[in-house]
Write a protein that binds this ligand. Structure first.
Ligand SMILES: Cc1cc2nc3c(=O)[nH]c(=O)nc-3n(C[C@H](O)[C@H](O)[C@H](O)COP(=O)(O)O)c2cc1C
Length: 234
C-alpha cells in the first residue's frame, strides 16, 4: 500500500501477519495430524498427507458454456458431478474458480451448458481449459448452437449437451459451485443405438490425477447384477 506513509506500513504489516497466521494454522494442523494417535491400519495401508489433492478418481471432462457480455464463452471443467440422477429432475453441479470469465455469464444469467468432451475434440478441449475469455475470444473454437435458452451456448461437436438452470450458488474457498437442474439435453444421433446412448463409440474423455486424458475402457461386468457372485460370510 504505497503513498500512505505510516498507515501503509501498518497495513502491510497486518497483511503479512494474516499470511503468517494462516501459515501457522497449516503447520499446527499438520502437527495435530501427526501427533494424534492413528488407530492400527490394515497391513499395506498408509495415511496420505492432507496436502495431497483428492483428485485420484477418473472424472469426466466437460466443457461449460455461458454467454458473457453477449459472446459465447467456454471453459473446461472436471469438477463436475451428478447430485440427483432423475426424479423429479436431474441435478448436477460444477465447481469453477471465481476468477473464470465463464462464471460472469453463469452468475448473471443463471443458466449454462455442460458439453461432454470426446477424443475427437481433445486438443480444442484442452485449449478451452488453458486460455481465458478474459483475453481471448473462444467463441469460434467449436460450433455453437442453442436450445430453447438463449444464454446457454452448446457445442455441436460434443456428443452430449445439457442445458442447466442454476438452483443454488454456493461459494466454497476460491470456487463458485453452481448446482443446477438439467432443463434440456441433446445427443449426436450417431451415438444412439436402439434408443440408448452408446458410451463406447462416444469415446468421452476422462481425466486422471496423473494429468492424462483417457477414454473409458471395455466394461468388466454388469452393475446391479455381479453382486450375485458374492457369497456373504455366514
Ligand atoms: C483438464 C482441465 C480441467 C479443468 N477443470 C477445471 C475445474 O474443474 N474447475 C476450474 O475452475 N477450472 C478448471 N480448469 C481450468 C479452466 O478451464 C481454465 O482456467 C480456463 O482458462 C478458464 O476459462 P475462462 O476464464 O474463459 O472461463 C480445467 C482446465 C483443464 C485443462
Amino acid at each position: 500500500m504505497k503513498g500512505f506513509g505510516r498507515l501503509g506500513k501498518v497495513f502491510n504489516l497486518l497483511k503479512k501477519t494474516k499470511r503468517l497466521k494462516s501459515a501457522v494454522k497449516l503447520v499446527c494442523k499438520e502437527i495435530e495430524n501427526r501427533i494424534t494417535a492413528l488407530p492400527e491400519l490394515p497391513q499395506g495401508k498408509i495415511a496420505i498427507p492432507l496436502a495431497v489433492k483428492p483428485n485420484v478418481f477418473p472424472i469426466p471432462v466437460v466443457v461449460c458454456g455461458a454467454l458473457v457480455e453477449g459472446r459465447p464463452n467456454f471453459n473446461t471443467i472436471v469438477n463436475f458431478g451428478v447430485i440427483s440422477p432423475a426424479r423429479p429432475s436431474p441435478v448436477v453441479y460444477i465447481s469453477s474458480s471465481k476468477e473464470h470469465y465463464t462464471n460472469i455469464g453463469i452468475r448473471k444469467n443463471g443458466v449454462f451448458s455442460v458439453n461432454v468432451a470426446s477424443r475427437a475434440i481433445m486438443a480444442q478441449t484442452d485449449y478451452l481449459g488453458v486460455v481465458s475469455g478474459h483475453n481471448i475470444d473462444k467463441s469460434k473454437v467449436l460450433t455453437v448452437f442453442y436450445g430453447r435458452h438463449d444464454n446457454a451456448p452448446c457445442l455441436a461437436e460434443c456428443p452430449l449437451n445439457y442445458v442447466c438452470k442454476v438452483t443454488h450458488h454456493v461459494e466454497i474457498n476460491t470456487m463458485d459451485v453452481f448446482i443446477a437442474e438439467i432443463a434440456e439435453a441433446f445427443v449426436s444421433s450417431e451415438f444412439l443405438r436402439n434408443n440408448t446412448i452408446d458410451i463406447e463409440s462416444m469415446e468421452m474423455l476422462i481425466y486422471t490425477a496423473d494429468n492424462n486424458y483417457r477414454i473409458p475402457s471395455a466394461p468388466v461386468s454388469r452393475a446391479y447384477s455381479v453382486f450375485k457372485e458374492y457369497k456373504p460370510i455366514k
